[in-house]
Design a protein around this ligand. Structure first.
Ligand SMILES: Cc1cc2nc3c(=O)[nH]c(=O)nc-3n(C[C@H](O)[C@H](O)[C@H](O)COP(=O)(O)O)c2cc1C
Length: 208
């Protein structure tokens, strides 16, 4: 199964364009496989609330590591309401072989819409080992190796560390289109060609 998420606040979006291209290639190669799409910007997942934290604490306190047993943590009406939000989201993540995330860089990091989804589906000591993650990303600037802005990239850094450190997922691929702001910012107009090259390389990588 492919779980496909998008997080950009806008429709004419580079991260959406890349994730859609990846999904089209993947689905053509796996015509029988299940495909689930979630637009986290248009149809946002709510922020976690107190009842969610109570589910989380119960799971930690009772050493529950089997995801199929998490529902036991929902004991009060508020906790059951919180679980009703989590359960379908978790079912998709657990069923997925590949999780595809189309996301912009916002303020050196990820959009809050994506963070809200991550907060909902993440529980203590939860392993998702064996799955693959593909992140198609767009940035206004350039953050590649050796650039002055490289240390400010808390988008790839955060997601890579979190997926490996918490979920034990090592197979994580990032495909970035950079310098999108060169299309808008007159001060970056001289870097439009570099943006075009970055986009062409990203589309090639998605197809590969
Ligand atoms: C709220 C917001 C914050 C942004 N922050 C950054 C940033 O920190 N660094 C950067 O290079 N670009 C930043 N940008 C530019 C976006 O990364 C860029 O427009 C990108 O193409 C957005 O992805 P999309 O095309 O998929 O919508 C920001 C854009 C928005 C709307």
């Amino acid at each position: 199964m492919l779980l496909h998420l998008d997080a950009s606040a806008r429709r004419p979006s580079f991260s959406r364009r890349l994730s859609a291209a990846f999904a089209a290639h993947w689905r053509a190669a796996h015509p029988e496989a299940r495909y689930v799409y979630r637009d986290l910007a248009a149809d946002p997942v709510p922020h976690i609330g107190q009842a969610w934290t109570e589910l989380c604490d119960h799971i930690l306190e009772h050493g529950i590591t089997d995801i199929a047993r998490y529902g036991e943590a929902a004991r009060t009406p508020a906790q059951r309401a919180a679980w009703a939000i989590v359960e379908p989201l978790l079912e998709e993540v657990v069923a997925a072989e590949v999780i595809l995330i189309g996301t912009p860089m916002y303020n050196y990091s990820i959009p809050s819409a994506l963070k809200a989804w991550l907060d909902q589906i993440t529980f203590p000591k939860m392993s998702l080992a064996g799955r693959s993650i593909v992140v198609t990303s767009a940035r206004g600037g350039a953050y590649g190796p050796g650039t002055p802005r490289e240390p400010y990239d808390h988008q790839e850094r955060y997601l890579r560390d979190f997926f490996a450190g918490h979920f034990r997922i090592e197979d994580v691929t990032f495909i970035h289109v950079e310098l999108v702001n060169a299309l808008i910012d007159p001060a970056l107009a001289h870097r439009r060609e570099q943006h075009e090259e970055s986009l062409a390389a990203a589309l090639q990588e998605v197809a590969r």
